[in-house]
Ligand binder design. Structure first.
Ligand SMILES: NC(=O)c1ccc[n+]([C@@H]2O[C@H](COP(=O)([O-])OP(=O)(O)OC[C@H]3O[C@@H](n4cnc5c(N)ncnc54)[C@H](OP(=O)(O)O)[C@@H]3O)[C@@H](O)[C@H]2O)c1
Length: 280
């Protein structure tokens, strides 16, 4: 199976499907999950300092025996480590925990208090080769405008909640203008909605003899979005990357556009109380 890639504005290729490991904190679970993912063809893994599993992920990847240069590894600077000095320190801690000497994609987890300082540190770490690409998460259009005004290197990716009930059309249009690639977190709406039993999706699933999750994930791929669905179940891990033997037509995509409810199931990017609390 060949996994499609998305090309960033610095020329780096990102495997379009990766495994998210949010909430997988038990070492044995993570080890089993990573092994299933590797066997299913995943080479892209998405973690964060805040997930508390960088060390276990690093160990599981080491155990897998896959050479480091065949892996694509993402981690994120947490809110309490933002700012110029602390970001540099945070990266060193992540490198140590993940057992590697570079990160493929380093992201600002939320728009924190000193984005200018954080970004400057990330640009320097990028130039030093410790990070192969840099980006952000949970930035809205105004957040991106603020960053673009001070950035020497434009962000390459914005990782935001996205699924057919919340397609982020306006933000995507702005990101397209600035060649910032779209990465979806919660690509299946985190299991918090009735997305997988939506009749439009169930009908497409029957038409293509796929599962509803595969229809949703293929919808993301047709839009050029990078996806990082999370699962600890070996069958679903394989299902979530078995997306390359069919495609959706323009008509199918139009039908899916019709189910948009503009509903966010995760945290709001401007939850200032949360940012405040987690920045200490
Ligand atoms: N940057 C950010 O702020 C941010 C925020 C949230 C998440 N993320 C990243 O994005 C990744 C993905 O998001 P997410 O984990 O929140 O949500 P998600 O991938 O949309 O959904 C995960 C949920 O869906 C279930 N699931 C997975 N595959 C399925 C399938 N084929 N059929 C039915 N159910 C399925 C999983 O259960 P099972 O495990 O039982 O299969 C789990 O409960 C995270 O792991 C994390 O790496 C980033």
């Amino acid at each position: 199976m060949t996994i499609s890639t998305v090309s960033l504005h610095n020329g780096l290729s990102v495997p379009q499907v990766g495994l998210g490991v949010f909430l997988i904190t038990d070492e044995q679970d993570l080890s089993k999950t990573v092994m299933s993912a590797i066997e299913s063809g995943y080479r892209h893994f998405d973690t964060a300092t805040a997930y508390g599993n960088e060390e276990a992920l690093g160990e599981a990847l080491k155990q897998s025996g896959v050479p480091r240069d065949e892996l694509f590894l993402t981690t994120k600077v947490w809110n309490n480590m933002q700012g110029y000095e602390k970001t540099k320190e945070a990266l060193e801690i992540s490198l140590e925990k993940l057992g590697t000497d570079y990160i493929d994609l380093y992201l600002i987890h939320w728009f924190g208090k000193d984005v200018t300082g954080t970004w400057k540190a990330m640009e320097e770490l990028y130039k030093a080769g410790k990070i192969k690409s840099i980006g952000v998460c949970n930035f809205d259009i105004d957040h991106l405008k603020e960053l673009l005004a001070v950035a020497e290197i434009k962000p390459m990716i914005n990782q935001v909640e996205t699924h057919p009930y919340f397609p982020q059309d306006e933000l995507r249009a702005f990101m397209d203008e600035h060649d910032i690639k779209h990465e979806a977190w919660g690509p299946l709406s985190q299991g918090k909605s009735d997305l997988l039993v939506n009749p439009v999706i169930e009908e497409l699933a029957a038409k293509y003899e796929k599962t509803s999750a595969q229809i949703v994930l293929r919808w993301h791929l047709e839009r050029g979005t990078i996806i990082i669905p999370k699962s600890t179940n070996a069958g679903r891990i394989l299902e979530n990357i078995s997306l390359f033997d069919f495609s959706l037509t323009e008509e199918d995509m139009a039908a899916m556009k019709g189910i948009n409810t503009e509903t966010r199931y995760g945290r709001e990017p401007r939850d200032l109380e949360f940012i405040e609390k987690t920045s200490i």
